[in-house]
Design a binder for this molecule. Structure first.
Ligand code: SAM
Length: 284
């Protein structure tokens, strides 16, 4: 994308593009692949809601694309104006261009290309009452997106991705977050760095394990910050990570299933940990 960097970054620019072979469109299409997302440090978010969420949360937009049908639509024009004001590029495109970029037959009218943002592990210093979730080698983008959405919903502070995890900025993950990708801080780290950081963690580290001997409902989660550690979908937590936990809990099961889905287990745990912090009342 570097060849078009100056062109893209010129503030106040609005262009109309219909050709799939337009170099800017080709660069944006390449963001479907992780290696280009990594190289460009960018990703795609689809739909007005997500783009508004991103703006409101202070993420940097590089390019806003919208379908010609969006012309004259007040909400879409407002997003275009925000993009131009922040120095981004606005592209008015054909529906065909949008479906090629998003790989969908019925694409959303608006698509945003944003800069990736992650948090460094050493800056994570949880306070009393904070809850963080660490995911060991999560592989499924839908699971990761669902966990991010749930972390947002319960008011936990963020997610630490340990080891070789699926990309939080893939289409599938971003879609599954329903916008929470822009609200939940994400850390990416290796197992060794995580274990070193964990040694300085001031609260309780709770791991979930099918061999855990403690019922997850019997633990007092109120003392200090909590770090919830969840295992990989196939293998569960490796010994080194399991041994680093203060407590290994299990969620009781009946029936034939060997285990719960990772995202479901995370949701069950988070609602128990945050039970007292989440009264049922009108949100502001
Ligand atoms: N075959 C894997 C195993 O042996 O652990 C199953 C992994 S499970 C699909 C993914 C993760 O969800 C587990 O590592 C654990 O963190 C959590 N999990 C799922 N069901 C659980 C349960 N009943 N109790 C505690 N944790 C559970």
């Amino acid at each position: 994308m570097s060849g078009h960097e100056n062109e893209r970054r010129r503030p106040g620019q609005v262009k109309e593009v219909t050709s799939l072979t337009n170099p800017i469109i080709k660069d944006i299409r390449a963001l479907a692949q992780k290696k280009y997302r990594d190289r460009e440090h960018a990703f795609i978010a689809e739909g007005q809601k997500l783009v508004i969420d991103a703006f409101d949360a202070g993420w940097t937009i590089r390019t806003l694309l919208y379908a010609k049908a969006g012309r004259g639509n007040e909400a879409v024009e407002r997003l275009a104006a925000r993009t131009v004001a922040s120095g981004g590029l606005v592209l008015i495109v054909s529906e065909k261009v949008l479906s090629t970029i998003t790989k969908r037959d019925n694409p959303q009218m608006v698509v945003g290309v944003f800069e990736q943002k992650t948090v460094k592990l050493e800056t994570v210093k949880p306070a009393d009452g904070d809850v963080w979730v660490a995911l060991d080698r999560v592989r499924d983008p839908g699971n990761l997106g669902t966990v991010l959405r749930t972390v947002d919903a319960v008011g936990a502070k963020g997610v630490i991705l340990v080891g070789d995890c699926t990309d939080p900025f893939s289409f599938e993950t971003v879609r599954a977050t329903m916008g929470s990708i822009f609200a939940v801080p994400i850390v990416r780290t290796g197992e060794e760095a995580f274990l070193a950081w964990r040694k300085g963690f001031a609260g309780r580290v709770v791991g979930t394990h099918l061999k855990g001997s403690v019922d997850y409902r019997t633990v007092d989660y109120k003392k200090g910050p909590v770090l919830l550690l969840m295992g990989n979908e196939q293998q569960g937590l490796p010994d080194q990570l399991a041994e680093s936990c203060d407590t290994l809990v299990r969620i009781p099961q009946a029936g034939r299933a060997d285990s719960l889905n990772l995202a479901v287990a995370t949701g069950v745990m988070l609602y128990e940990i945050r039970r007292e912090a989440l009264p049922l009342e009108e949100r502001a």
